[in-house]
Design a protein around this ligand. Structure first.
Ligand SMILES: [Zn+2]
Length: 197
C-alpha cells in the first residue's frame, strides 16, 4: 500500500502528463531492475478507469512506467459490474489513494452510440445501452464542444459521481484515504484536463 496522499498522486500524474505533452518524458520505472522489484507485489498509486482506445495508453500519457497505474480499460469506459468490482479491488486490496476516470475526445464508442440514437438503432446491447444516457443528454444540451465530446464529459463526470457514492468506496473517501477525480484527454494536444465535480 502506498502512503502517498491522493492530491500528491494527482499532481504527480499531471506533472508526468506535462512531460508527455512537451516531449520530455523520463521513462522511469521501465528497466529490468524495476521489473524485478515488482515481482512479489504491486503498489500502484492510481486506479484508472478509461477507454481501450489505443491512442490513450495511461502509462505513456502520464510517463509513469511499470507498477504505477492499475488500469481498467474498456471501450467507452462503462461502469459495468465487473468494472466496478475491479475498481473496488484496487482501492481496498491495493490501497490506491486515487481513482481517476479518464474520458477522451472523439471516443469511438460514444460516436457509435450517437449514430444509433440518431438513426433509431438497437440500443439494447451492452456499452451502447449505457452510453445512450449521456448521449441523449448531450443532444439536448448546448455547449462549446461537439455532441460527442459533450457526451464524453457528461459520461465521465457521471461515472466519477457514481463511484463517490459507491458503498465500498465512500467510507475510504470520507476518511480522506481516497479521492475520485475525473478528467478528459485532449487528443490534439495530449493534455489531460481535470474536470470539476
Ligand atoms: Zn473511447
Amino acid at each position: 500500500m502506498t502512503d502517498a496522499k491522493p492530491d500528491d498522486v494527482l499532481q504527480g500524474l499531471l506533472d508526468g502528463n506535462r512531460r508527455f505533452i512537451e516531449g520530455r518524458m523520463e521513462h522511469a520505472h521501465e528497466s529490468p531492475t524495476d521489473r524485478d522489484a515488482l515481482l512479489e507485489e504491486q503498489h500502484p498509486c492510481v486506479t484508472l478507469l478509461g477507454c481501450s482506445d489505443s491512442r490513450v495508453p495511461p502509462s505513456v500519457i502520464f510517463d509513469v512506467g511499470l507498477g504505477q497505474v492499475f488500469s481498467i480499460r474498456i471501450a467507452g469506459h462503462v461502469l459495468s459490474d465487473e468494472v466496478r468490482a475491479s475498481v473496488r479491488y484496487a482501492a481496498v486490496h491495493l490501497g490506491t489513494p486515487l481513482i481517476l476516470v479518464l474520458g477522451h475526445e472523439g471516443c469511438g464508442a460514444v460516436t457509435e452510440t450517437l449514430q444509433a440514437v440518431r438513426t433509431g438503432g438497437d440500443l439494447s446491447q451492452p456499452l451502447v445501452r449505457d452510453l445512450a444516457v449521456p448521449v441523449r443528454r448531450a443532444l439536448s444540451d448546448e455547449g462549446d464542444e461537439d455532441v460527442v465530446n459533450r457526451a464524453v464529459l457528461l459520461h465521465t463526470r457521471a461515472e466519477a459521481a457514481a463511484l463517490r457514492e459507491d458503498a465500498v468506496l465512500k467510507p475510504l473517501i470520507d476518511e480522506g484515504r481516497l479521492r475520485v477525480a475525473a478528467a478528459v484527454y485532449r487528443m490534439h494536444t495530449g493534455e489531460v484536463e481535470l474536470l470539476s465535480q
